[in-house]
Design a protein around this ligand. Sequence first.
Ligand code: FES
Length: 119
Amino acid sequence: MTTQHLVTFLPENRSVSVRPGTTLLDASRRARVNIRTRCGGVAGCLMCKVNVTKDQGKFLQPPTEAEARKLGSLLDEGVRLSCQARTQGNVAVSIPEDPLKAAIRKKLAEQQEEDEWFR
Ligand code: FES
């Protein structure tokens, strides 16, 4: 019997069981969670970043040489490349908000604030 690792994607709180050593990107696809990529998973585009707390980081294999080179000091801030980071235990990771969605959400909030001010 193969042990499975449970990967949870936040903030959607969607989980999937995967084989040990599965990349977070592959797990996200199985969980039907959208992580944007442009390079096809070869540590080239840096679009697949996820955030991992220090506590959760130990449930991922150490960064590959390519990942370490690409992320540099971001690794110390808990950023990992989902196409490179592989599970070694049950792990929860956060997907940063899409920059375009964040900008739209901010603009809508500002507009709502203005509308309330004029009432
Ligand atoms: S998919 Fe491009 S860096 Fe991970």
